[in-house]
Design a protein around this ligand. Structure first.
Ligand SMILES: [Zn+2]
Length: 96
């Protein structure tokens, strides 16, 4: 038998106890850190969007998207116009 140390994915506390099973027979753990924002969690959730890592990845993707839109606005202009006032051939070719 191998013991795997469990840490709370929200506060990284090692003060974690087993908290029973879900309806789908997945192990539920409870964080004993009184300052933690989450009292229970699943390490192997069926819905991966609930994991803090995936949530952070979505936030990072949104930031990259915002920066790309900002760069486009600076380089091409707010409405696909080039700085000299003429429409960009690439933008108009893509929209046709
Ligand atoms: Zn916690």
């Amino acid at each position: 038998m191998v013991l795997i140390p469990v840490r709370c994915p929200y506060c990284q506390s090692a003060h974690v106890i087993q908290g029973g099973k879900t309806d789908t027979d997945k192990q539920r753990d409870r964080c004993r850190n009184p300052d933690c924002s989450h009292q229970s969690f699943l390490l192997n959730s069926a819905y991966k969007g609930r994991s803090p890592q995936i949530k952070q990845q979505v936030i990072d993707m949104g930031r990259v998207s915002h920066l790309l839109r900002l760069a486009k606005t600076v380089m091409i202009g707010p409405e696909g116009e080039t700085p000299n006032g003429r429409g960009s051939d690439k933008v108009s070719a893509l929209s046709e």
